[in-house]
Design a protein around this ligand. Structure first.
Ligand SMILES: Cc1cc2nc3c(=O)[nH]c(=O)nc-3n(C[C@H](O)[C@H](O)[C@H](O)COP(=O)(O)OP(=O)(O)OC[C@H]3O[C@@H](n4cnc5c(N)ncnc54)[C@H](O)[C@@H]3O)c2cc1C
Length: 423
């Protein structure tokens, strides 16, 4: 919310246009003033802004997927409160009109020659580059996955292929352990692994099965949530609803045929713990996009896109910028963070193009609507320092029906019609 408000304050100013190829035969063109890699939240929202800044004919987006998904709603899809269909639209429909959609996968980025190579072997050159490649899911790093998803009783809200399986497993629950995991890697939306636990508890209560269920949250983290103000409220809920939270437990194997999940104790290397489950929700290990490091100087030591945390400009290549989950910005990776970043990045690019210094500073704003039931949310909003940056004049650490309405109904609308279109 605050992010969406902020991005309106940052309209691009007029930019002097240099000479570009503007052939009507777009497919033959291999040079763009602005090339955007990735057509997810960050890529589409920035391409809409770049179109306004420099004209649609100067902007191209490389994105292989036919569908664009509003991933934040998958939490509710996994709990049966929204449909998967409602979360997606065709990429063609969200691509800003006139902007060139290169329907390919980027294979290599060469910032020294200002070119990228796509999987069909084409080379595209650019004057300016925005990297918005998101992060990668690594189900395969858990023994027994992804093939374990062919069995019932297991799902994952993190992928379009597995989110409906969560809802199926929840509906099929009879009695036993409902187990939820958080991996030993950075993740996107750090609250999502536990939101589905609260929804499961609410669903089982509603359907009269709660007393037949042990609800277990096994997290690799040493905390329930990183920001104390919200973590304190979540611990209260965990106690009130009799949820079992085990810290420093990392899922390493799923034996889907036996309905067993194997965890390692991160504080006691070599110690494992097997839990039999009636329902398992997996949050997979996640990592940087491979090609950021491959043959390029774009990555930091950990492999994430190495950008200046204040202005989102690459630290070594001034004509390269980054946004969203693929960057090393030290904040929680969310679409709300992307919304805040678009305004800063828009401003940085407009300044750099005029040979001026970026002058706006990103404070790390991010937001996580912690869904705690089918009609309540704790709305966490905070900055790089973990300081709450709340939008509403109420204590947002308290469960709220209004915030649920924001999450379930208002935010999707703002996403499709505001953030992606830059209106
Ligand atoms: C279950 C779940 C719940 C969430 N809940 C929330 C929430 O409540 N609030 C919130 O704000 N955020 C939430 N998020 C996080 C949010 O969806 C992401 O942080 C956001 O989408 C990041 O945007 P992005 O552009 O960086 O990455 P993405 O939107 O993931 O886009 C990356 C794009 O890059 C493309 N790509 C990848 N590799 C290549 C390649 N080689 N070549 C070309 N293109 C490529 C992909 O196809 C994709 O379209 C949630 C996410 C999930 C999964």
């Amino acid at each position: 919310m605050a992010a969406l408000r902020r991005l309106r304050q940052c309209r691009p100013s007029g930019i002097a246009m240099s000479h570009f190829h503007t052939s009507s035969c777009a497919s033959a063109r291999q040079h763009y003033k602005m090339l955007v890699l990735g057509g997810g939240s960050g890529g589409i929202s920035m391409s809409a802004r770049m179109k306004r800044m420099m004209g649609a004919e100067n902007v191209a987006v490389v994105e292989p997927s036919e569908m664009h998904y509003y991933q934040p709603i998958w939490t509710l899809v996994g709990a049966g409160a929204k449909t998967l269909t409602s979360s997606g639209r065709s990429t063609a429909s969200v691509m800003p009109s006139g902007v060139k959609w290169v329907k390919s996968k980027v294979q290599e980025i060469n910032p020294n020659t200002n070119t990228v190579r796509t999987d069909d072997g084409s080379e595209i050159s650019y004057e300016y580059l925005i990297v918005a490649l998101g992060l990668q899911l690594h189900y395969e790093k858990i023994k027994g996955l992804p093939e374990g998803f062919e069995q019932p009783k297991i799902g994952s809200n993190y992928s379009v292929q597995t989110v409906d399986k969560t809802w199926k497993a929840l509906q099929d629950f009879k009695e036993g352990n409902a187990v939820f995991t958080f991996p030993n890697t950075p993740v996107k939306c750090a609250g999502a692994p536990q939101k589905i636990m609260y929804l499961t508890e609410a669903f089982l209560r509603k359907t009269g099965k709660r007393d037949k269920a042990n609800i277990i949250y096994n997290t690799s983290l040493p905390v329930l949530f990183g920001i104390k103000k919200y973590a304190d409220s979540l611990w209260d809920i965990v106690k009130q609803r009799d949820l079992q939270v085990n810290l420093r437990q990392n899922l390493i194997e799923v034996r889907a045929d036996k309905q067993e999940a194997v965890f390692e104790n991160l504080d006691k290397p070599g110690e494992t713990n097997v839990i039999e489950y009636e329902m398992l929700h997996v949050t997979p290990p996640m990592g940087r996009p491979n090609l950021v490091v491959k043959g390029s100087q774009l990555a930091d030591e950990a492999g994430w896109l190495d950008v200046n945390k204040d202005n989102l400009q690459h630290k070594r290549y001034p004509n390269v910028f980054g946004i969203g989950d693929c960057t090393n910005l030290p904040t929680i990776r969310t679409a709300a963070a992307v919304a805040a970043q678009t305004a800063i990045l828009n401003r940085s690019i407009s300044k750099v193009m005029k040979n001026e210094k970026p002058d706006r500073t990103y404070d790390g704003y991010t937001s996580c609507p912690l869904v705690t039931s089918y009609n309540t949310v704790i709305l966490a909003e905070f900055d790089y320092n973990g300081q709450p940056l709340e939008t509403f004049p109420v204590n947002q650490a308290k469960e709220s029906r209004f915030m649920y309405h924001m999450k379930a109904d208002v935010m999707p609308h703002l996403y499709w019609h505001g953030l992606l279109r830059y209106v």
